[in-house]
Structures are given as C-alpha cells and as structure tokens.
Design a protein around this ligand. Sequence first.
Ligand SMILES: [Zn+2]
Length: 155
Amino acid sequence: MAERIFTLDDLTSVRSVCGCLTCKLSAVFADHLTDLRTGYPGTVTPLGHRGAAPGTTAVPHFLTVRVGDAHVDIVVWEEMRPDQLRAWLPAAEARARLPQLAARIPLLVRIRQALRAGTFTPSGPTGATLASGGRYPSFRFLVEHWPQIKKEFTP
Ligand SMILES: [Zn+2]
C-alpha cells in the first residue's frame, strides 16, 4: 500500500480534544489507522501530550504532510497495550528494538528524507519491497528492517 500523503486541509473536519497541530494530526492519523487496520484489538489511542500509561508503550508514527511543494515529516504518538503492540508488530525481535528506535526519531527522519530523495536505497529484499511500493518507510517498516538499514545508512 502506498503511503498516504496528508495535507493541512485534512485538519478541517477532524475532531480533536486539543486544537494544536500535533493533536489534530494525531486525530487524523488515528482515523486513518482505524480504517486501515484489521484484527487490531481495541481502538487506536493517540497519546496527545501525556506520557504513556504504566504497562503501555508509546509508539511513534511518521506522517508526510504536503505543504505547498514540500513534503514535511511529522511524528505523532500512539499508546498501545501489550496485546495491541503484539498485534501491530508480531515479531518479538522487532518489538525488542522499538524503545531504542523510538528514542532516535531525528535519525529516522533523516533516513526517510534520504529514501524520499533517492540518496539512500537499501539493498536486497528491503530495498525491493520499498521499490515495489508494497511498503513505505513507516516507523514499523524501519523497526522491522532496522538491522539492514542501520548497516547500510550513513548519517
Ligand atoms: Zn495538543
């Protein structure tokens, strides 16, 4: 599935408790995920400005927002219970990497920008999957393919 590119016009009809840009985009993205996900237990919970509740995980998502001719990366956060996290990211070794990568957002944004600009192309199945348009460099994709991306990307 191709990546959805959001625009600021997407913000006009969304319901959000907080009116700030991040919360509005979080609400837009939560609606998008709700429409997209199958077999996900419970509802999509944007984190907003609070910290993740005890026993839950804060999961970042990258959104691409088109502003004029530019594509801008924005991060929104979702709170997941353990069963939700397992449903979203079934591979245990990928889940184990999540906290480490969630703490490296600036690096991941640089990787997304390099992929978009064509200055970085992973080799093998990872690159082929992106080239086919079957996946896009979502946070989940980066976590799943991190060992190879880390090896090949030069910051
Ligand atoms: Zn807010």
